[in-house]
Design a binder for this molecule. Sequence first.
Ligand code: GLU
Length: 436
Amino acid sequence: MIRVRFAPSPTGDLHVGGARTALFNWLYARHLGGTFILRIEDTDGARNTEEAARGILKGLRWLGLDWDEGPDVGGDYGPYFQSQRKHIYDAYFAKLEAAGRVYTEDNGAARFKFSRTAITVHDLVCGDVAFAPTEEPDMTIRRPDGSYIFHFVNVVDDIEMKMTHVFRGEDHLSNTWKHIDLCNALGATPPAYAHIPLILNPDGTKMSKRDEGSAIEKSYMNGGFLPDAVFNYLCLLGWTPRIDGEKLPRETLVALFDPAEIHSSNARFDMAKCSWFNAQYLRELSPGALLAAARPFLDLAGLTITDETTAAAAIFSVKEKVSLLTEIPSWVHYFFREDYPYEPDVMAKLLAKPENQILLKGAATAFAATSEWTEAGAHAAIEDAAKIACVKPGALMPLLRFALSGQSRGPGVATIAHLIGKTATLQRIERTVGML
Ligand code: GLU
């Protein structure tokens, strides 16, 4: 039975690299029907915060990376916070002592005696990586204050929690021989390792916390992305599934996942591509689902929803125009309020033509005469008005769109008229006539 884990140190926001490490572990567990464990490596009291731990959990949940054992869900191998596992580390430390593999220095720090043999990491991604017998000084595993250092607790927990595989960032590869040495000294079989290449910025520099697209909450959750889109994009950041196409449902990605296909070279982050995925996923949402996803961003923009169905239809009408949920309010605000702004340059252009007033009045008359207020009815009214004024309907559209929305872009004019209703349509035209 496969057991894998994501073991973040809660020092800050969930980073895109960490999220992808979690994702690959999760994919492997789900692919093989194994167990995905979340373990919080919070032994560094000075750098770890509860807020960061909460943020990491929130980010993982948002991405849909549910864990089978860990914080909030429990499990047979808990607690899942390293800060609560000192008794376990003490017991393993005693084992190493009994095996004659530790000694204490004058200052009270305890060191692990390396075996100083050649150690080969059989890495699922990087292949065999051979380390010659080390010449490094023995490794401190316990500080004078009795607290344990990362390498020790990390290894103990992987043994104690019965991990079969460890997928983690490539930055840990250079220390893996130490982990294997410790495992051996503790009489345990090391897990299989898979070190995942780094994620680089588009310019090839190492991605850091401040770079675009690096923080899950700030860049994606608050940036108007859908979890499914980010999930899909992150899967392909360092892995190419054997299938045509890139936009792939979760089940397919789970079914296809194969660690042997993880790239051994670094991945390049591409925000434009991630946005492209988002646009594709947005287009597939039902009006109700799109409204639910957009709601927090409408709230932020101060737009109040009074009629759910109309609001959903309004947002649905612009779904092809946006890539991110954050873009939606500026495309739909006039559906939610009467005091919408008018684009000044369009206004100036329209003001320059006196006949526009007459055209608008004609349209108002045609709209007023429409008995059945449907999109088709609104459309027929526009055609009638154009015919009477001896212009093409196309000549009337920008003018009407401006009157009804204050914008020069947006969904079809008949769609707008239908959704805002007959009363608002007539009022908005009247108001615009007054301005011209
Ligand atoms: N806490 C370590 C980190 O965040 C985990 C390393 C590992 O996965 O073994 O980098």
